[in-house]
Design a protein around this ligand. Structure first.
Ligand SMILES: Cc1ncc(C[n+]2csc(CCOP(=O)(O)OP(=O)(O)O)c2C)c(N)n1
Ligand code: SF4
Ligand SMILES: [Mg+2]
Length: 304
């Protein structure tokens, strides 16, 4: 089934209140539509619940008992998304749900890389039957864009006005250390749409702990033009700033973009990186880090 064969359904209604150009709003619509249509095995799954820890989506998905996202909605405290999702999945099976129901946890990078990492780790190691989406906008978006463990080194945020000084946490290695059943990074753009659809369908079709790491362009946090959201997702992949990987049962796969570009092409559209763009020396160092990381990942694809 190709992306063009999947009908985009209007799950997200116009009350959502997310920012113009919010990458995660576009991705949410696509992911819900993909999950709800026939999967590679032929199964059709129903989204049992969308579990949302404190984040931009706490407001964007609905409140006061109203869901704006067309599915059951469970708000949780910041750290608790993975565990609440696991509990819902266990209880719905005890009540007789077959494997045609799916519980999705939609958690930010702050919740996943930092504050809820302990509970995410627990759910991963127990192989909890959830589809955990790390909605990664590389910042604590809902509170005005502070530095998170996913913020790239050098990016300016509200709490790092001169640029982040420590490295981005390596979520791929963290997930691989848990020997998770399925982990994949995804970005939604014209150039990456086949990869995006294939991975979401694979994750939705499976059972047990599946994690999709979604790069979500965030115009206010990234200080970029809201009209550039799909372009920036594409550039993140083409410049190797956000490598598309897939880990299935320990097998590591890295997707080489058809077109590759220097990191400057990704950074130059975002004011959070202006200090890097304006310093040739810092830009060279940034490129070196990206290259080293890419080569490291490339080596993981080779037999030892
Ligand atoms: C224990 C706790 N600390 C802080 C907050 C305030 N808070 C709510 S949402 C949020 C930012 C969440 O960031 P992230 O998980 O990346 O999601 P995003 O808002 O970027 O979508 C913060 C700090 C909270 N709700 N609970
Ligand atoms: S702050 Fe960023 S992630 Fe949050 S709604 Fe706005 S664009 Fe989306
Ligand atoms: Mg965030």
């Amino acid at each position: 089934m190709k992306p063009k064969d999947i009908a985009i359904q209007p799950f997200l209604d116009s009350r959502h209140g997310l920012c113009p150009g919010c990458g995660s709003a576009i991705a949410m619509t696509h992911i819900q539509s993909i999950v709800s249509q026939p999967l590679p095995s032929g199964k059709i799954k129903k989204i049992r619940s969308m579990v949302i820890p404190a984040s931009c989506w706490s407001i964007g998905s609905g409140f006061d008992g109203v869901s704006f996202i067309g599915t059951n909605l469970v708000h949780t405290p910041f750290i608790a998304g993975a565990t609440v999702g696991e509990g819902i999945s266990i209880m719905s099976k005890r009540r007789g749900a077959n494997n045609d129901e799916i519980t999705i946890v939609w958690a930010g990078d702050g919740a996943s890389f930092d504050i809820g990492l302990g509970l995410l780790s627990g759910a991963a190691i127990r192989n909890a039957d959830i589809l955990y989406v790390i909605n990664d906008n590389q910042t604590y978006g809902n509170t005005g864009a502070q530095e998170s463990g996913a913020t790239p080194k050098g990016a300016k945020t509200q709490t790092s006005p001169n640029g982040k000084t420590i490295a981005q946490k390596d979520i791929i290695e963290i997930m691989m250390a848990h020997k998770v059943r399925y982990y994949a990074s995804i970005a939604l753009s014209v150039a990456t749409i086949d990869d995006f659809y294939a991975k979401v369908r694979r994750a939705a079709d499976d059972e047990g702990f599946r994690c999709l790491h979604l790069l979500s362009v965030c115009p206010p946090g990234w200080k970029c033009d809201a009209a550039k959201t799909p372009d920036l997702a594409e550039l993140a992949v083409q410049t190797h700033a956000f490598p598309l990987v897939e880990v299935t049962g320990g097998r590591f796969c890295l997707t080489k973009p058809k077109r590759e570009k220097p990191i400057e092409e990704f950074l130059k559209h975002q004011k959070r990186f202006d200090a890097i763009i304006n310093s040739p020396e810092t830009l060279r160092e940034f490129q070196e880090q990206v290259d080293n990381r890419w080569n490291y990942l490339l080596n993981l694809t080779r037999p030892a």
